[in-house]
Write a protein that binds this ligand. Structure first.
Ligand code: SAM
Ligand code: SF4
Length: 452
């Protein structure tokens, strides 16, 4: 009998946005409309919930050959200051749109490798931004740290600036896997930074693990999970390796396709890994994410406050998220916009006084309705509709879910569908049924990684 994983493991989006980036309608987008939507959302929401800032810091000293993020490999640290100056200038361009001080609720530094930058340079960047905002009472500041280059000074500097969360990229502890992905990173390095962060006072430490990497199997994944548990991070990301070699410039090489685990092996890594994490006290909070009961992420799941955006799952929501830096994506709730990806062109645009967005999407009423349903499914594993949140194709979508119902992945109730415990791994598949933009324009070539 065909397994559920074999049946439902198809290419599909991760839904950090709806519509997903390949389905943005760029013809209806302009930088002027983007600015107008930022102004609108800022006026509507700043006093009530504040704003979020994401800063993309793209540099890494060495290329990990599995990585699908936007990054620039260099050992030249002279790139730091000019890049950060552009980020500050870009923020100032946004400030010109606001008629009052932004209340900064959430701040996340991602990459690339934020800890490529010196603590002093990061402090200068953040202090310049903090001078221009009012920091919210219960702010949530977090950053991604590379265990091989995060220093005590980095951790202390961020802590002193109000950061209480850090996530460390672990991936896999098996040496053969580490060599294949060009990321040799001994357990001791992760242990050292995790312990330092805890001693300094960080409240939430997260580790990123990836299964399905080249040469991995259940034994290497189990070893990785058991080693991770020796350090008991508060949160864990357990990502499925996204193999996307067709996207230009990701650098996914250094291993052969034949080095990748088979579908069956990958399924074992996922299913056994999830069970082991749960047996050891972690709760699956959202897609790919686990946390201890004490962590905020779990608390927001219980309180139905979990939100998902380009930063992943977050425990609070602001409608306005400004993404700064090359390739960053911003979200004003009514529109999305992505910055220029090339570092040089990004910097040139900012120098010329332009908000450096190059593409985006303005959401229409139908998009807003679908976005709401997909967010509900991704964060609460259920969605409900009434007259306002129904849409003409809903009957069709529900019909398509009948097979998933028969497979025990979803349950129907009055004007509601719920994803069952068994269906959790297939959340992306359920969300795809609501994805009208994709339904209407099925991709002819692969644009998404597999759902499992
Ligand atoms: C920007 S990186 C983390 C920060 C830092 N650069 C580091 O490597 O430690 C964010 C995370 O994305 C995940 N990631 C990157 N490429 C991936 C891929 N192809 N499939 C699944 N996860 C991936 C990794 O777990 C990685 O830690
Ligand atoms: S995994 Fe991190 S360090 Fe490695 S290339 Fe990607 S962003 Fe850079």
């Amino acid at each position: 009998m065909i397994s559920l994983v074999d049946k439902y493991n198809i290419p599909g989006p991760r839904y950090t946005s709806y519509p997903t980036v390949p389905y943005w309608d760029e013809t209806s987008f302009s930088s002027e409309l983007w600015k107008q939507s930022v102004v609108r959302t800022f006026k509507e929401t700043n006093a009530k919930e504040g704003v979020s800032i994401y800063i993309h810091l793209p540099f890494c000293e060495a290329l990990c050959t599995f990585c699908a993020c936007h990054k620039r490999i260099t050992k030249q640290h002279s790139v730091e200051v000019p890049y950060l100056e552009s980020v500050i200038k870009e923020w100032k361009l946004y400030l010109e749109l606001f008629d009052e001080k932004p209340i900064l609720k959430e701040l996340h530094l991602g990459g690339g490798t934020p800890t490529f930058f010196s603590p002093q340079n990061l402090k200068t960047l953040l202090s310049s931004i903090f001078e221009t905002v009012k920091i919210a009472e219960h702010q949530e500041f977090s950053f991604e740290g590379h265990p091989n280059n995060t220093t005590k000074e980095h951790l202390q500097t961020f802590y002193d600036l109000g950061f209480r969360r850090v996530s460390f990229g672990v991936q896999d502890y098996d040496l053969k896997v580490q060599k294949a992905i060009n990321r040799v990173q001994p357990f001791e390095n992760v242990e050292k930074v995790t312990k330092m962060a805890r001693e300094i006072g960080y409240q939430s430490i997260s580790h990123d693990l990836v299964f399905g990497l080249p040469h991995s199997n259940w034994e290497t994944t189990e070893f990785t999970i058991r080693k991770t548990l020796e350090l008991k991070p508060d949160r864990l990301a357990f990502y499925s390796y996204a193999h996307v070699p067709w996207i230009k410039g990701v650098g996914q090489r250094g291993f052969d396709e034949k080095d990748l685990p088979s579908g069956e092996e990958k399924r074992k890594q996922y299913e056994n890994g999830k069970k082991l994490l749960e047996d050891l006290g972690y709760i699956e909070v959202g897609m790919d994410h686990f946390s201890l009961e004490s962590d905020d992420l779990y608390q927001s799941l219980i309180g139905k406050k979990l939100h998902r955006n380009f930063m992943g799952y977050t425990s609070s929501k602001t409608q306005l998220m400004v993404g700064l830096g090359a390739s960053s994506i911003s979200d004003s709730w009514y529109a999305f916009a992505q910055n220029e990806k090339s570092v040089e062109e990004y910097q040139t645009k900012v120098e010329n006084g332009e908000i450096p967005v190059v593409k985006g999407h303005i959401l229409n009423d139908e998009d807003l309705t679908i976005r709401r349903h997909i967010l509900n499914l991704m964060c609460q594993l259920e969605t409900t509709w009434d007259v306002q949140t129904s849409f003409p194709e809903l009957e069709n979508a529900l019909e398509m879910l009948k097979e998933m119902e028969a497979d025990g992945l979803v349950e129907f109730a009055d004007h509601q569908i719920k994803i069952t415990e068994k269906g959790r791994a297939f959340t992306r598949n359920v969300a795809m049924v609501f994805d009208l933009r994709m339904m209407r324009n099925k991709p002819e070539t692969r644009i998404f990684s597999m759902t499992i």
